[in-house]
Unconditional design. Structure first.
Length: 186
């Protein structure tokens, strides 16, 4: 006994469509929901540009990317007006001087940024500034010998401020008249 069943093409298509719809429904239920937000997370990377304008310590600019809660150090070493000042390794404080490749004293500015960004995008920043530059020479007695050692002008200051992270700039005046302009861009 041979039994043949002939299905109509329309019935076959309807059956296939019903199975496919059921399968897609199962897949759709298993997929995680998609959330679209227009806000950038506060802990995301932010580009900070630091620009220094200083008659004493020189002009410089650099851009870095920092996460909220991290710190970054910006360091600039430049030749002072009139050139670097030679120094003997016997001069007091020799180990703390900023020296160029030839062993002469140069000017240096170091800025450490430590930003923390709130949910609304406002950054609370602690900025530490250390700077030094040779400022002529002075006669110094060391072990009974008179040496010509550099006189060094220094700056050490900590400033705290808030600023937006939307690209606008914040200018901070330091105690010596130098100006530091910081901008933050998400």
């Amino acid at each position: 006994m041979n039994m043949k069943v002939r299905l109509r093409p329309v019935a076959v298509l309807v059956s296939i469509a019903a199975c496919a719809a059921g399968g897609f429904a199962l897949l759709a239920q298993a997929a995680p929901p998609i959330t679209v937000t227009s806000k950038t997370p506060a802990d995301g990377p932010i580009k900070y540009t630091v620009k220094v304008a200083s008659k004493t310590y020189g002009n410089a600019q650099d851009t870095r990317t920092i996460q909220s809660g991290q710190t970054d150090d910006y360091t600039w070493k430049t030749t002072p007006p009139g050139g670097s000042v030679s120094v003997s390794d016997q001069c007091p404080g020799y180990g703390s001087l900023s020296l160029n490749a030839n062993g002469a004293v140069q000017r240096e500015m170091r800025i450490r940024l430590a930003p923390t960004v709130a949910e609304d995008g406002t950054a609370t920043v602690q900025m530490s500034v250390l700077a030094s530059t040779p400022n002529g020479e002075k006669a110094t007695k060391v072990h009974g010998k008179t040496l010509q050692c550099p006189s060094v002008a220094t700056l050490s200051q900590v400033v705290r401020f808030t600023m937006p992270t939307s690209g606008s700039a914040k200018t901070v005046s330091l105690s010596d008249g130098s100006q530091v302009t910081i901008s933050a861009q998400r």
